[in-house]
Design a protein around this ligand. Structure first.
Ligand code: 6R9
Length: 588
């Protein structure tokens, strides 16, 4: 185990927002935190109002809310006042289109200002914001648009032409497509900016209540189509508190979250938490590039930086040289999420950047950070840290007949959280049964395996299901298998996450061919290309191996755990000791 990193507070820096973790844990109550949230002037609660308009009302409207860095070198500041106006206009545009409370508004775009205006305007209109990752191919986009029953999609002309246009007839719920760069030549679409111009700058405060639906985030499980996790406006209480206590945000901070808003981190911490805490949010449109990143950290004087282990590993690879010439002295706090943060990354960051990365653990379903390393507390590199005040975490084992048993410190089991915090998902869209299956005896069961040590630090072990985390993105194997099965040569397909030095895992496909086809390099390339065109580069398998047939249960389900064991070179004896690994088992 890497040595403990002891914290000494730097006298030149502001004191941490959460000074005494233990005292706060002992006294904290979500009920009080919810009551303290100022809320709307007439009662109720609205995430966008908390994020933007409250700062305008308190006289801080001229502060930059968003600092957009375009991929071609553009730099544009949008103040809180301007963001309030633009989101009011967008809320008005939605109303003009007949969109109202509960309606889903999807966005499929890169990190462009229009995405942020859409998110906030949608919330102000009482509608539900649902981001779609722009690197998804046409198939994941279609599945999510159908499942969300989106009535509006905001996107760019290029993404529309590549991913939507051909399948528009199969999307009956999708009434309006708003193009952010429309030149009027795409039939059946509106211009986002023309609509925006018609709306008034001001509107009366939204009428939403704390339990009204606000956000819809798709996430993946082992089986079935993606699950739509629903979050309500009350979640903002957790976004605000975790922003303040965990990320140590305060008004005036320059903050950079590198996660894409197509995923939950890029919304909870790439839009809501920083704005609710009055920070200036840096948005970089470009893709990862070590030198560009260090230049942004230095030039923009970033104080708080939230990123992911894959990016950190790439920075480590780029070496210390890449940091040269960049003054990183403004950095006060750095955190990571999405995958296990290896201890070497923590010690590397301390040595190279002068600050350690703080691991944070949470999920789409939890809506906000639940377990973390705090600015005041010593870090145990490799550990995810300790639960947030107000969060009770435990390691449990499911009893076969239902219910759970709590395990002792040091025992491996499933990470569970006592249900009932504000940003806990309220449902899976149209799938109450799957939602219920996530709970037992008042605990939310995360699907992650972990250990809690004697001092209350949690250590990640792995997943107890087959989902794949690649570059921090959660991929459902079933979604990928389904697409490969559409190819005429494929009889069976099974996906696993193969360990990868940089991406954590990559998606690897195992394929059994139909009798009239023979394995070849050309066919492998064709299948990989087929999957990539439909699924997009973020989801498609990177490797593909042919097998005469795939290991299955008696009822015909592909046993991905056996494929994984084979890939990792585990001896068969080991395989049979793993859960559901035994091919003799009737079903998995
Ligand atoms: C926010 C987000 C959730 C899954 C989660 C776990 C993995 C997240 C982690 C971590 C190890 C951490 N995960 N944080 N694993 N250490 N600090 O990533 O949400 O996309 O829903 O993924 O990611 O397996 O269950 P989501």
């Amino acid at each position: 185990m890497a040595a403990l990193i002891h914290k000494t507070l730097n006298a030149n820096e502001p004191a941490p927002n959460l000074m005494d973790y233990r005292a706060m844990r002992a006294t904290f109550s979500w009920d009080i935190a919810c009551t303290e949230r100022a809320g709307l002037p007439h009662g109720g609660l609205n995430i966008a109002f908390e994020a933007v308009d409250r700062w305008v009302a308190s006289g801080q409207g001229e502060v930059a809310a968003l600092r957009w860095l375009g991929k071609n070198g553009e730099r544009r500041d949008i103040s809180y006042t301007e963001l309030a106006r633009l989101s009011n206009r967008f809320a008005h545009s939605l109303e003009q289109l007949g969109i109202g409370p509960g309606d889903r508004v999807c966005v499929l775009a890169g990190r462009i200002p229009e995405l942020y205006i859409t998110a906030l305007g949608t919330l102000k209109a009482g509608a539900v914001f649902c981001p779609l990752f722009s690197a998804f191919g046409p198939e994941p986009v279609r599945v999510r648009l159908v499942k969300s029953q989106a009535r509006v999609l905001v996107t760019t002309t290029l993404l529309y032409q590549r991913k939507i246009r051909e399948q528009r007839n199969n999307l009956p719920d999708l009434e309006h497509i708003l193009l952010t760069d429309s030149d009027g030549s795409e039939p059946g679409t509106h211009s986002f900016h023309t609509l925006l111009e018609t709306g008034p700058d001001h509107r009366s405060p939204p009428r939403t209540q704390p339990e009204d639906w606000a956000l819809l985030h798709f996430t993946s499980g082992t089986t079935g189509t993606p699950k739509g996790a629903i979050h309500v406006h009350q979640a903002v209480v957790a976004h605000q508190l975790t922003g303040r206590w965990v990320l140590d945000l305060r008004p005036g901070d320059i903050y950079w979250c590198t996660a894409d808003p197509g995923w939950v981190t890029g919304v909870s911490y790439g839009i809501i938490a920083p704005l609710v805490n009055g920070a200036t949010l840096v948005v970089d449109e470009a893709e990862f590039d070590a030198r560009r990143w260090y230049a942004i950290l230095g030039r923009e004087r970033v104080n708080v930086w939230y990123t992911a282990p894959t990016a950190i590993r790439m920075l480590m690879k780029a070496g210390t040289e890449a940091t040269q010439g960049h003054d990183l002295s403004a950095l006060r706090f750095m955190a990571s999420v999405g995958e296990p943060l290896n201890p070497e990354a923590v010690t590397w960051s301390l040595a190279t950047l002068g600050r350690p990365f703080h691991d944070t653990w949470w999920q789409t379903e939890t809506g906000a950070i639940m377990i973390t390393n705090y600015r005041t507390l010593d870090i145990r590199p490799g550990s995810m840290g300790q639960p947030l005040p107000g969060i009770e975490a435990a390691i449990v084992r499911r009893r076969p007949g239902g219910g759970v048993d709590r395990l002792e410190p040091g025992e491996e089991g499933e990470l569970a959280l006592r249900a009932g915090w504000p940003s806990m998902f309220r449902s899976y869209l149209d799938d109450a049964e799957r939602y219920q299956q996530c709970f037992a005896d008042g605990w939310y069961l995360s699907g992650d395996l972990a250990i809690c040590d004697i001092d209350g630090y949690f250590w990640f072990v792995g997943r107890n299901d087959d989902v794949i985390k690649t570059s921090g993105h959660l991929i459902g194997p079933f979604e990928v298998e389904n697409v490969l099965m559409e190819h005429p040569a494929v009889a069976e397909a099974g996906m696993i996450g193969k360990p990868d030095e940089f991406a954590g895992q990559i998606v690897k496909a195992f394929v059994a061919l139909k009798p009239s086809y023979v394995p070849s390099d050309a066919l492998r390339k064709e299948l990989l290309g087929f999957a990539r065109t439909r699924l997009g580069p973020a989801v498609a398998p990177r490797e593909l191996e042919f097998m005469p047939d795939l290991p299955k249960t008696r009822s015909g389900k592909i046993m991905r755990r056996l494929l994984r064991a084979r890939e990792l070179g585990l001896p068969l004896g080991d395989v049979s000791t793993l859960e559901s690994e035994n091919p003799e088992e009737p079903d998995a």
